[in-house]
Structure formats: C-alpha cells, structure tokens
Design a protein around this ligand. Structure first.
Ligand SMILES: Cc1cc2nc3c(=O)[nH]c(=O)nc-3n(C[C@H](O)[C@H](O)[C@H](O)COP(=O)(O)OP(=O)(O)OC[C@H]3O[C@@H](n4cnc5c(N)ncnc54)[C@H](O)[C@@H]3O)c2cc1C
Ligand code: FES
Ligand code: FES
Length: 1339
C-alpha cells in the first residue's frame, strides 16, 4: 500500500495535484474555494438540486473507452477523483475566450433569469451532447431531470436544448402516426398566426454550430496512468479521516479485513448524505478504484450477473440492451427494473450511484430492492475467507446478521435471473413528484403460474416506503399459492396483505392512509396487468378486461414538450435602434451561462475573513434555562460566540405597525429555528463544528399553538383585525335562492430561491465605515438595521447588491436580521465576516408563504349569480409579525379577483403561532385569497348544476365597474383575455373531449378548468412607490446607469438599459449597469410587488430626460454628432453630464375605517386554462396542456415578460399541487431540502404550453404603457388545481359519491388518491383520530 499518496486529477484540462488532501473535502467546496472556480454553485449540498453539476470523464483501460457523465460536485469526495478529468462550466467556454454553443443558446433562448441554476443546467446539457451530439427529446428531458430551476418554468431551457435535437420543432410523439406538427394542438385548431405577432423569442440562425472537435480532449496523461498495471492502493489521510483506495481485488479484501467497519464508498450518494445530514462519521473509508471484478456484466444460462460497481445509469443501458436482444418472457424483471431506473433520482445520482451501494445501503424507500427481492436475486460476496452467495431476501433487507454481509465481506456482483414462461414481474411507485423524488410507496411484484392454467405457483410481493426496511408480504403470498388468478384471489390478497403489511397511524413519513391505499392499488394494477397478458397469451381461457378498466394499466404517459408564444412585435413606427418592445436577452444571460456572473458567495475571500453560523432553537415554545458555550469556545479556530446579551433587540416598522424582535433570543424561544447564538470562527467547518457543541437547556412552555385552528381557539392574533365591506351583505342573504357555507385550507410555500441567504460584511477600518455585500431585495433596510445595531449613522453603512440568485419575497426582512448580526460580528472583531446559510438552515429559519384558512358563506341565485359573500381569512403568521398583517390586507383587497360581488364582507386575522414567522412570497396574499374565492365559486357552480366556467363568466366584472373598495376599473381587457383563452384553448371542444375520455376510462380521469385573473398592482402608499436613479455620461460617450431596483432574475437591469437606450437614442452596448448600492441611490424601497421596473424605469427615464434637456442645445448644434462629441462639448461648456432621476410614486391610499380608497394603480388581466389527467388509483397527475392569455399593456421586453408569466405560473402550479411543508406535532419542520420538499421539476410542466399576450393597450401612467408582471402568474397556477378538482369530481360522480367536493391545497397525490374514493380506500383500516400521534400536522 502506498501511503501519503498524491491525489492527481484534471480540472478543465489542467492538472491538479494535492499532497495533503483532506478526505472529508467534497469537490464543490474544493472547486469554489481552492481553485476559485465559482461557476459551480451550491444549492442544497445533498444531490437534490443539480446546481453543482459538473462533468466527470474517466478512461477505462480495458474497454479503451472514455466515459463522460454528469455528477453532483457536492457529493463527490475529491479523493474519489484520482485519475479523472473534471469539467466545470468555466472549462467549456467563457466570454474571454469563446462561449460554448450550449452557453450561448441557453442565454439567447432566455433560459436564464436569476442564473443561479444555469451553470448546472449547462453542464447537464453539455454532458449529454458529449455523449449524443444530436440527442432525442427523450434524452434531453432525461438529462435535465436532476436540475431544478425556480425562476424560468423550464420552457425556455427546453427550447434552448431542443435546438440541438434533430427534429427540434416537433413533439416526436408520433401518436397514431401523427405528431403535433401534423395534428395541431390535441388535434384541435391551433393559434392563428398573424403578421403582427411573433412566435419566437430568438433566432436560431445566429447560433454557433456545435462542433464536437472543439471540446476539451481527455488528458493523455490520465490514459497513460490508467494503462499502467503497477498501481498500488492509495491512502489519503487527515487527522480525522483515512481514505483507502485499493486498486486490486486482493488489496480491497485486505483493506476490508483490516477495517471491517469502514464503509465501501462507491458513489457516495448514500454515505455522503448520511455524513452531512445525520452527523454519522467514519474514521476510515474504503473506496475501490476501477476494480475489474466489480464491474463485470456476464450473461449466464440463468440470468445476468452485474458487478456491484456498475452505476445505476450503466445498469439502465445494460438492461435496455438486454431487453432489446432477449425474448420478452425472459426479461420481465429487466423491464420492471428499467421502469424504476427511469425515474430513480436524476441522471447525476444515477451516474454516481452504484448497484452495490444501492443494494447494501438498504434504504427503506429503495426502488430496486423490492424488485430484486421478489426476483430471487442472489448476491456474490467475497472476503479473504473466500466466496459465498446469499439471497437478496427479506432477512437480508432487514439486516439480520445471519443473512447479511459479514463486516469483512465485499459485494462483488448480483445475479438477476431471467424470467420464465408464465412468470410476470411488475414495478410500481408513487412519489410526490413523478421524477427525481423518493417514492412514498413502491413495490415489486412477481407471479409465476408454472403453466398456462392460471393457478398461482409462486407469488412474491415487496413494498418500500411502508416501514423501516423493504417489506415482503411473505405470509400472504404463501396463502395465495394454488389459487386461480381471479377477482376472489385479488380480494383475498388485498385483505391478507393489508393485514400483514400494517402501518401504525403514527408511522414516520405520515400519509398513512394513502400508503395503505397504495398497497392495495398497486396490487390491483398488478392483477389487471397480469390478467391482460394472460388474455393476450391465451384469449380463449382468459376473459377480456372491461375496456373502461384498462385505464388502470398504463402509467400517465409523458409526451414531449412543446410550446407556442404569441406576442406583439415592437411598434413599426419605432426607430430601428430603439430596443423597447424587443425580446432583448437578459443582460447577464451569457455570464450566467459561463459561470462568470458573480453572486455574493462567489466573492473572493477577504483578508482575515471569518465565517458566522447560527445556533437555532430546537423547541417551539420554551424558556431557555441555560446556554453553555464553554466546549464550543474551546475548539480550534473559534473566535467568538454572540448571544442576545451582546446584541440589542431591534424595532422594525412595517408601515403603520411596529414590532420588536430580539435578534438573538436569551430568555425564551417562540419557534423552532429561532436564532439563539452566532458562532464566529476562522472557517466554515470550524464554525459549524462549534455550533454543534453549544449546549442549550430548555423548559417547554404551554400552550403550544401551531395551527390556525389552535390560534383561533386561543384568540392568538396580531392586532388589528381587518375588515372590508361593500353593499349590504345581511340583506342580500335574505334575497337569494340558496346559501352555502364552506372552508378551504391552503398550505404554505417555501421560497426555494436557488441562492441561499448570503452576506459578506467588511469593516473598512476607518470612521466606522462598513460595507455589506448581500443578497437582498431591500438594501436600505439592511443599511438601516445595520446602522441601528452598530449604533452608527446610516451614512457609514453601505449596502451593495450585484445580483440575487432568486428572492421571491424571501430576501427582504429575514435577510436584514441575518445581516445585522453578521455586521455586528464584523464590527466587534474588526474583521470581515461571511455568512452563507445552508439550504436546511435557510428553509428552517426564514419562513415562507402564509398558510391560510378561508371560510365562506355564499348567497346565490339558481342561475349562478352570487349576490352575497361573507368571508373570513386567517393566515398562519408564525411567531413574529413580519409582514403578516400586510399579507392579510392585500388578501382582502384582492380577494374578489375578477368578480363583481355586489354584497361582500370579509374579515381577516393574522394568527400568532409557534412557527417560524412567515413573510412575503410572490403574490403576497393574492394566491391564497384568490383560491378561496375560486373554491367558493366552484362549489356554487356544483350546487347550481352549472359548469364552473359559466358561473365565473356570469359573475365577472363587465366593462366599467367598481371594486369593493370603490376604485374604478375597466374590465374590457379582462373579458378579452377570458374570451381569447376560451378560443385559443378550444375550451368547448376540449371539454367535450374530456367528458368523452372520462366516460370511457374508469381509473383515469381528465379535468379541464379555466380561471380569470385581475391582479391589482400597487404598493399601498405613495411613499412606498417612490424610486430614484442616477445616470452618468462619460466623455467617451458611454453611460453608467444606477437605480434602486435589485436584479433578482426578473431582468430589471435589462429593462433599465432599454429605457436609457430609447431615451438617449444610444445603442444598448454603450450603456452599463454595475449593480445596486445605497452609495449611489439612497433610500430605496424594497424590490418586489411587481413594480420594480415600473417605478425605477420612470426614475431612469426622468434622469435621461433631464440630461437630454441640458444637452439639447449642444445636440442641436451638431445633430449628426456622436455621444462622444456631445459629451466632450458639454464638458467643455461646463454642463453636468450626470443627473438623478426621481419618481414620486403612484397615487395610492386606502382607508380601512371606510373601506374605500385607491390602493392600486392598475390591474393586470389574464386567464389560464389547464387540462390534467389523473390516475385515480395512485393520485398521480399529469399536466397535459395550459393556455395563458395575458394583458401586459405594452411589453417593454416580451422575452422577460413571458419569462415572468410562465415562471410564476409554474411556481404557482407547485404551490397548489406538490409543494408541501410538513411539521411535526412539536412544530419541527421536516421538509428542509429538495429531497423532502418538491418544487416543480422539468417533468411537471405542462406538455403543451401556449402563452399569448393581448395587443398593446394604453396605460397612461405607467412606463411606456407597460404593466408589472412579477407576481400575477402565480395565481394562474390554480387552473391546474381546479382541473384536478374537475377530474376528481368526474371520478366521484361516476362512483355515485355525493358532493360537495372540498379539496384543500396543495392537491398532492395523497389528496387526489384519497378523494377518488373506491373499494380500495374503503378497504383500508382507519385509525380513530386521537388514538395515535400523527407524524405531521396540517398547520
Ligand atoms: C438526491 C438523491 C436522490 C435519490 N433518489 C432515489 C430514488 O428516487 N430511488 C431510490 O431507490 N434511491 C434514490 N436515492 C438513493 C440512491 O439510490 C442510493 O444512495 C445509491 O444507490 C447508493 O449507491 P452508492 O454507490 O452511492 O452508495 P455509497 O454511498 O457509496 O455506499 C452505500 C453503502 O453501501 C456499501 N457498499 C457499497 N458498495 C459495496 C460493496 N461492493 N460491497 C459492500 N458494501 C458496499 C457501503 O459500505 C455503504 O454502506 C437517491 C439518493 C440521492 C442522494
Ligand atoms: S448543491 Fe449539489 S445537488 Fe444541490
Ligand atoms: S434561473 Fe433557474 S433558478 Fe433562477
């Protein structure tokens, strides 16, 4: 064995040699901190988001082939990289040399907004192209399956990638021999293309061609090294950990004999997360490097033998190959494995994870183990003592010592037998999201009839996700042997298995009744699948399935995505160089794609920099009895630990309300995640290590209030209560035909901005000056709060924001608190301090969208007219006020959405609970309030026996009208959007098609729904709408513009440059924008509320006009001159070339006493129609198609505006369908990362998406008649909610279930399945409420 080995690998074509490598180091921090390659981003640290994707290439000396694969740098130990070549986003292209076509196209197709996910996307795509220069659409969708984007909604990213595919325009589905291009949308009429409209936001002609010969070659040195036969085990070590990399089987066995407790790390996708998130530590790690025997693939007479080191991605290819070659009856198991390998994790994890690691780690929700266990697979083991074989059976899965590997044994390979004639295997799984999500329940099922008599000879059924290990229903299967395959057998099987695979009500993971139902639903699917095959094999003896039951068989199928966009071309009368109205690419688009765009944590380490991390409360309501810092303080590198005793409390003012919040708690905690201490150390690792050693003793306090209902019971509200009343509600109730009362609960939402909270505070060393570099939406607030905590005047504190990697409302107030503490630490020690939250900390500490409870009482006529509406809104504010009352207010002011309710009353309360305090999130109360109203309308429609869209139309505003707060509106464009959406979506035809489908399919249902949108835009007061800008013209004729808005992905800086370009009639290339700073533009308002470009644009325009006015005499003297000439002339004449611009804010007021006012400047109108298909047996749903029509006034930049609409729509769709926060009954948040909390991924977006913008309309007060679009699209996501509602309703009607159908949000697979009641949901055991402690509670 070679000790103290040098680690050698390549990064972007350069050799890296590490002499003293720490085996605990992952590639991501190594790239970012050591090599200063900051293009690769941190998004979660656990393999779940794809932000850290790099390409790893390895040469195999036996096959002489190079394998390129995508990998998550966050889970790749650098020690595992010996002999590998790593390519990062910087390695494939840069603005300084040449950009790569992938980088160019993702940027030019507008596939970047905040840009934080972009390097990961680029690298996933790049790796695909290295392996398949002309990929198919399936390969493309697959390649991006492990990358999350929170901004774009994926459509433009797919469009960019599609340009590399052979047939980019087509859906490639070729269903019935025709594809989308042949048949129009769903076979129904398509958009009319007019001359004045555009359908593309980019031009493919200008793209660089992909030239594979230009790519980095695999380093020849690494090939030579790999060919060398004389390699020895390498050992890398630090004080804490030893990493042993044996290169021969013999050395591996020796190492394992010497260190039997050491894990054998292959992909590190199981060991890595355990070490990071569960605090498991291994002093020794054994990581075999390219040992031939572990990579075998042998075809024997009985089956396939696959080496333990074969990756899951390679396994997928191997099985695909085998299933192509061998007859189907032999490959039943391989087909089933392939099905799961298609959805298991994302491509990065599948390429890293090994088959052996998957089997041996025995995760309870493993997808493959249930299948391998039912398939009589065996494991080939080896140790120094010799070979042996053990079955992969239940005992092995339960880790029974007699059936397990011995500590010194290695798994060499796995035998997977061929299936036999009359043997059938199926795989099932249901997850919160269709792809890249661990299964809630999965299953492997195998039956063997021996011969064609249909009598069960062997039966084997295993489930994952229903217990601490994979569970086999052995006894039940045994009892069913000898029975004929018929409905009686199925019925008996369901009962036996429910009895055997029993789940207690308090089972970890919750969703207990859903899981029980899936257990039998999967069984039913298996029964039908096998019955159908039997029928195909022997039509005489086996009866046909009733055709409507056949719908249970197939999984919801994805076709390929396609989209159309319709927007108005820029005004033909415009000057040719005027960029307003053109789809200009995001200013930073290319830099996002090359990784050159600098985010806060990409800033280089400052001399003597410290790192700060927090210790937070683990109790929801408790007295702090003691805090013991001694052990933490004694650790090396620890500089200080701040507690509440050091820091003053702060008083925050939110409009008319003030709240005092302690920055760090000393006496009492009111929620889990509340900040208690700030640990400051020389490095992140040391700070985190010390934070774990802070000992806090609590004494729990009562009552613990977590849910809205508990808050109502305890009258725990933030004051004041708000009320809005219009007309005479009580009188109206006396006049109506019918009255209904109902309620809907809506869960919260995590912002899930890709860049976590980040800040770097640098004391300047003189005059108490301090610079705060921070990812925030509100620099002025950071400045104020920091100045107050440091007790200095604001002019000493400067806050700088280059760009923000997504914010969505979550980087306003919360960031202020974190930055103030960080600044305090920096000031105290006179050293720079960096604080970057990990994903889990971020989700825990910062809160999110408010959960809501809406109660409604509606009085209506039989024709659907709603004459009286009485509502109550409650939000779960959490422990502190934050902006919760504003959210209630905005909810009240926006609740009527597009409807005229002649008599309306709504009261709203912000509930104080013991949860982390919730805050602003895109839409700010409207997505909740709007859903409550739409739910009420849907119920009214059901009561009246009318289609919901009819009741919506009847109650919609007509032309000129008045809102409940008596502001005038003109609803012409609302009606136009509604009608156009009806037309473009072919609503009536498709409704009939959906009904026909539903009548023919019992287990699958489709649903169609359309919702209108009237989104009021305004910030509530004139002062909150003021904005300022600063424009300098330099003597070379170039311009620098600054304004108060923050670039967080929405493209505000791009729009501002367009404004300058129009006003000063100068090319975009002459204008520059460096970022936002309190130094250049003081007293800024927060960036949010859809108005950032509106308000700052007017200020920028003002500054430009001031300059033009000043320069007018000079320009008119030399009208053909250039800006350089004019600037020089102005300078010579002592005319200032710098101007500030100002906009005082829109008129805005609301009097809560009278309930009247003019709180909003204008309304964004729109409509969305969505179609879904659900699987009634599993709760899965597929978004088939969405049509959106929006009135955006005059779009300044259609690419950015469409980007906002669709990005928000997908975020809204996530909110209303799959994004679910889970809290324990003690108030602990479980869902702290992408592996537990599912935001939409590429598999979730509608297969067809059609967006069109209304023709421009005049909007006299706004910037060039444009409208702000940041938030409104979120609400349109509820069209998917109501489409699912429609589908469930169809299922229930067919099953004869009476109404009303009340469904809470999000409409997760669990809720869908449980609402589609049937014999299986009736069959499952139910627990008496109160008889058990549930795993999670709805808050
Ligand atoms: C983001 C993410 C998403 C995921 N999604 C899914 C999913 O959807 N479905 C699913 O089923 N799984 C999923 N997983 C789990 C994944 O399948 C497993 O983590 C993976 O298969 C483990 O393989 P590995 O090579 O990385 O194991 P490692 O982490 O390297 O090792 C795991 C264990 O196996 C042992 N081991 C490995 N090889 C051998 C050997 N040859 N002999 C003896 N012991 C050995 C090690 O000692 C260790 O204890 C996901 C994981 C992540 C991180
Ligand atoms: S940071 Fe690596 S996958 Fe999220
Ligand atoms: S652009 Fe994808 S996360 Fe922001």
């Amino acid at each position: 064995m070679e000790r103290g080995a040098e680690l050698l690998f390549y990064v972007n074509g350069r050799k890296v040699i590490e002499k003293n490598v720490d085996p605990e180091t992952m590639l991501l921090p190594y790239l970012r901190k050591k090599l200063r390659l900051t293009g690769t981003k941190y998004g979660c640290g656990g393999g779940g988001c794809g932000a850290c994707t790099v390409m790893i290439s390895r040469y195999n000396p036996i096959t002489k082939k190079i394998r390129h694969y995508p990998a998550n740098a966050c889970l790749t130990p650098i020690c595992s990289l010996y002999g590998a070549a790593v390519t990062t986003v910087e390695g494939i292209g840069s603005t300084k040399t040449r950009i790569h076509p992938v980088q160019e196209r993702i940027a030019k197709c507008h596939g970047t907004q905040c840009g934080f996910c972009t390097p990961g996307m680029v690298m996933s795509m790049y790796t695909l192209l290295r392996n398949h220069p002309e990929p198919t659409l399936s390969q493309l969708n697959d390649a991006l399956g492990g990358n999350l984007c929170r901004c774009t909604g994926y459509r433009p990213i797919i469009d960019a990638c599609k340009t590399f595919c052979k047939t980019s325009g087509c859906c490639q589905s070729k269903e019935n021999g025709v594809c989308c291009l042949d048949q129009g949308i769903n076979g129904l009429p398509e958009f009319e293309e007019g001359n004045e409209t555009s359908l593309k936001l980019f031009s493919e002609e200008e793209f660089l061609p992909l030239d594979p010969t230009q790519e980095l070659i695999f380093p020849p040195e690494l090939m030579t090294m790999a060919e060398k036969k004389t390699q020895k085990t390498r050992i890398f070590g630090s004080d804490q950990m030893t990493w042993i990399s044996p290169v021969t089987l013999k050395e591996l066995l020796e190492a394992k004999a010497k260190y039997p407790q050491a894990p054998v790390v292959m992909g590190n996708t199981s060991v890595g997360p355990d070490m990071k998130f569960k605090g498991i530590f291994y002093p020794v790690i054994i990581s075999p490097d390219r040992i031939e025997e572990l990579s075998v693939v042998n075809y024997t007479d009985n089956g396939l033998t696959v080496g333990a080191a074969v990756s899951l991605a390679e396994m997928k290819d191997i099985l695909a190959n085998v299933t192509r070659k061998l007859p189907e009856e032999k490959t039943q198991m391989y087909h089933a494995l392939l099905k799961h390998l298609g959805t298991l994790a994302g491509p990065q994890i599948r390429n890293m994870a090994s088959l052996g690691g998957h089997i041996v780690s025995r995760h309870p929700d493993s997808d493959l183990n249930p299948l391998l266990a039912v398939g009589n697979c065996t494991l080939n083991l080896l140790s120094k003592e010799g070979k042996r074989q053990i079955p992969l059976n239940e005992q092995f899965l339960r880790k029974c010592p007699s059936a397990d590997l011995k500590p010194e044994e290695i798994l060499i390979s796995v035998n997977i037998p061929y299936s036999r004639k009359w043997e059938f295997v199926s795989a099932f799984r249901q997850a919160q999201r269709q792809q890249n999500a661990l299964a809630i329940v999965n299953s492997g099922m195998r039956v063997c009839f021996g011969k064609g008599d249909g009598i069960v000879r062997e039966l084997s059924i295993a489930y994952g996700g229903v217990g601490p290990t994979t569970i086999l229903a052995k006894n039940s299967c045994q009892k069913l042997i000898g029975r004929p395959w018929n409905e009686e057998m199925l019925d008996a099987a369901c009962r036996l298995i429910l009895d055997e695979v029993s789940l207690p009500g308090s089972a970890p993971g919750g969703k207990v009744e859903f899981k029980r139902t899936l257990i039998v639903s999967f069984l039913f699917k298996f029964y039908l699948e096998v019955s159908q095959i039997l029928k195909e094999m022997d039509p005489v003896h086996y009866p046909s399935l009733a055709s409507k039951y056949e719908s249970a068989l197939e999984d919801l199928r994805s076709r390929h995505y396609w989209s159309t966009l319709k927007y108005q071309n820029a005004d033909l009368k415009q000057l040719s160089q005027d960029p307003i109205g053109h789809p200009i690419m995001h200013l930073s688009g290319i830099k996002h794609a090359t990784g050159e765009a600098v985010y806060c944590d990409d800033m280089p380490v400052v001399d003597r920099e410290l790192f700060l991390t927090f210790v937070t409360s683990s109790r929801a309501r408790a007295k702090i009895v003691s805090i013991d810092l001694s052990e933490a303080l004694s650790l090396p590198g620890v500089v200080d630990i701040l507690t509440g005793e050091h820091l003053p409390g702060i008083t925050t003012t939110f409009g008319f309300l003030t709240d005092t919040e302690q920055l760090l708690s000393t006496d009492e905690v009111s929620c889990v995640g509340q900040l208690i201490c700030a640990v400051i150390a020389d490095s992140e690792v040391q700070a985190k290590r010390a934070a774990q050693r802070v000992k806090i003793v609590y004494r729990d306090l009562e009552p613990l209030i977590l849910t809205i209902e508990e808050a109502i019971q305890n009258k725990s509200f933030f004051k004041p209560e708000r009320k809005l009343e219009y007309g005479n509600v009580d009188e109206a109730f006396k006049m109506v035909d019918q009255i209904l009362e109902g309620e809907i609960h809506m869960g919260g939402q995590e912002h899930f901005y890709m860049e976590t909270q980040s800040m770097l505070v640098v004391p300047k060393g003189e005059d108490q000056e301090i610079d705060v570099y921070v990812s925030t939406q509100f620099p002025k607030y950071i400045q104020d709060i920091t100045a107050s905590v440091l007790n200095v005047s604001a002019n000493k504190v400067m806050c700088h924001v280059k760009r923000v990697g997504g914010a969505f409302g979550g980087k306003v107030t919360k960031t202020g608190i974190l930055a103030a503490i960080t600044a305090f630490a920096a000031n105290k020690h006179g050293r720079p301090v960096r604080c970057i939250l990990e994903r889990g900390e971020d989700i825990l500490i910062t809160g999110g969208r408010h959960p809501y409870l809406g109660k409604y009482k509606a009085g209506f006529m039989n024709d659907g007219r709603i004459l009286a509406l009485d509502m109550e809104h409650y939000n779960n504010a959490g422990a502190f006020l934050d902006e919760s009352l504003f959210v209630i207010e905005m909810g009240l002011l926006k609740l009527e959405n597009a409807y005229k309710f002649p008599n309306l009353r709504c009261r709203g309360w912000a509930c104080r609970t013991n949860l982390p305090s919730n805050t602003a999130l895109r839409g700010f109360g409207f997505p909740q309030a709007g859903l409550i109203t739409e739910a009420c309308i849907t119920e009214v429609a059901a009561k009246c026996g009318l289609p919901p869209e009819k009741v919506r139309t009847i109650n919609m505003f007509k032309e000129i009208d008045q809102t409940p707060y008596k502001q005038e509106i003109n609803a012409k464009n609302l009606i136009q959007c509604w009608k156009e959406c009806m037309a473009t979506s072919s609503y009536t035809l498709r409704k009939a098609a959906v009904e026909k489908f539903n009548s023919e399919n019992y287990w699958k249902k489709k649903g169609l729904a359309m919702v209108p949108l009237k989104f009021p835009v305004g910030v509530g007061s004139v002062a909150a709408g003021q904005a300022a800008a600063l424009v300098h013209i330099y003597l070379d004729g170039s311009v620098l513009v600054t304004h108060g808005g923050i670039e967080m992905g929405q493209g505000v800086h791009t729009k501002m440059i367009q404004v300058v370009s129009r006003e000063l009639k100068m090319p975009l290339s002459s204008i520059h924008l460096r970022g936002t700073s309190t130094e250049t533009v003081p007293n800024t308002n927060p960036s949010g509320g859809s108005v950032v470009a509106d308000l700052n644009g007017l200020a920028v325009k003002d500054a430009c006009q001031t300059l033009l006015k000043r320069l007018e005499p000079i320009i008119s003297k030399n009208p053909r001159g250039t800006w350089k000439d004019w600037a020089q002339a102005a300078f010579n004449e002592s005319i200032s070339l710098s101007a500030t611009g100002y906009f005082r804010g829109y008129e805005s007021n609301i009097n809560w006493e009278t309930g009247e006012g003019h709180p909003f400047e204008y309304f964004v109108y729109g409509a969305a129609c969505s179609e879904v298909e659900i699987d009634c047996l599993t709760g899965a749903h597929k978004n088939i198609r969405t049509d959106i029509v929006m009135d955006v006034g005059y779009s300044i930049n259609p690419a950015l505006d469409i980007g906002q609409i669709e990005g928000a729509f997908i975020q809204g769709m996530g909110l209303y369908t799959i994004e679910e926060l889970n809290y324990s009954p003690q108030g602990v948040l479980y869902t702290r990362g992408p592996n537990q909390y599912k935001i939409p991924a590429i598999c979730d977006i509608p297969m067809e998406l059609h967006i069109s913008l209304l023709p421009p309309s005049e909007n006299s007060n706004t910037l060039y008649s444009s409208k702000g679009l940041g938030e409104s699209g979120i609400f349109l996501g509820c069209s998917v909610f109501f489409a699912i509602h429609d589908a469930i309703s169809a299922a229930r009607q067919e099953r004869g279930l009476p109404g009303p159908l009340r469904l809470n949000s999000p409409l997760t697979p669990e809720k869908i399945r449980m609402a589609c009641e049937d014999k299986f949901t009736k069959m499952i055991p139910r627990d008496e409420p109160g008889s058990y402690v549930p795993w999670s509670i709805p808050i």
